[in-house]
Design a protein around this ligand. Structure first.
Ligand SMILES: [Zn+2]
Length: 283
């Protein structure tokens, strides 16, 4: 089975874990280290012959357009992660519309290709934000969304009412949610990001195999800063320090094992091969 390999292309200073120390107006003065983790990832994906989906943050694309061009040139899908990494619940609908328009324009100007997919920062498409956010996503003719976190374990961004498998939304878009596994009363996130970093390899592998047995591809996600142990170490509160730094020294090795053991592809390719873009022109 082909699973989905996705990357949220954002730098070390853009994350929620560091926002108590670094605010958006500081971003410009932060060292850009986006190439460190991204080039490691691109080489690994080349080695394994994997086409991935990169959800590109518009701010990062503005700062390093050549990197986005290189990702596209190396055969990966370029989708959008918005412009300024603001969670949907922090924005009014018109602010989200402007942020999304800006981010799509930037990456389309770099690659010359249509953007098909969106991932909300911090998986912030929730029961509260979905009614207006999905309407706006539809205005931009996006084909799919990958922002739903259908787990009941997150204090803010759970959207447990949504299905944990790929499905069509009321606005015609396809939803590609974060993979979850049902265990007793819990619906646990299967893999990706901090969940992958903080779990032993055997657990992540078992959860992906659980998805395989249930006939659904697992969605894996990672950030370039998770592959950069030399990133600036900030004085963060304990929980944020764990979220940002724990496990990054050994992550590359785990990722090498994961991509050796399982097959992955991009969202664009998986949906295309399964005729999920029926009714629209095939990308
Ligand atoms: Zn993000």
């Amino acid at each position: 089975m082909q699973h989905l390999f996705t990357v949220d292309l954002e730098d070390w200073y853009c994350t929620r874990a560091v926002e108590s120390v670094i605010v958006r107006s500081d971003w410009r003065s932060c060292e850009s280290r986006i190439r460190v983790g991204t080039l490691k990832l691109l080489d690994l994906l080349d080695k394994r012959g994997i086409e991935a989906t990169f959800f590109v943050l518009g701010y990062v694309a503005t700062r390093d357009p050549e990197l986005v061009q290189e990702i596209d040139d190396r055969g990966h899908e370029i989708a959008t992660h918005g412009y300024a990494h603001r969670s949907l619940e922090e924005m009014f609908p018109e602010e989200f519309r402007d942020d999304l328009r800006h981010s799509i324009t930037i990456v389309q100007n770099i690659t010359g290709k249509d953007v098909l997919g969106f991932r909300a920062p911090n998986f912030s498409l929730t029961k509260k934000t979905a009614p207006w956010a999905l309407e706006i996503l539809g205005e931009f003719h996006l084909r799919y969304d990958s922002s739903v976190f259908p787990s009941n374990t997150h204090p803010v961004h759970s959207f447990v009412e949504e299905s944990p498998i790929i499905h069509q939304l009321s606005n015609g878009m396809i939803e590609v949610p974060i993979s979850c596994v049902d265990l007793f009363r819990f619906r646990l996130p299967a893999t990706g990001g901090a969940y992958f970093r903080h779990s032993p390899f055997w657990l992540s592998a078992s959860l992906i195999e659980w998805c395989e047995r249930h006939g659904t591809p697992a969605l894996f996600f990672i950030h370039p800063w998770e592959l950069d142990p030399e990133q600036p170490r900030l004085r963060l509160p304990l929980l944020q320090r764990v979220r940002q730094y724990r496990g990054i020294e050994s992550l590359y090795e785990k990722l090498d094992r994961l991509t050796d053991r399982f097959q992955f592809t991009s969202i664009r390719r998986l949906l295309s091969e399964n005729n999920q873009f029926v009714g629209t022109s095939t990308p």
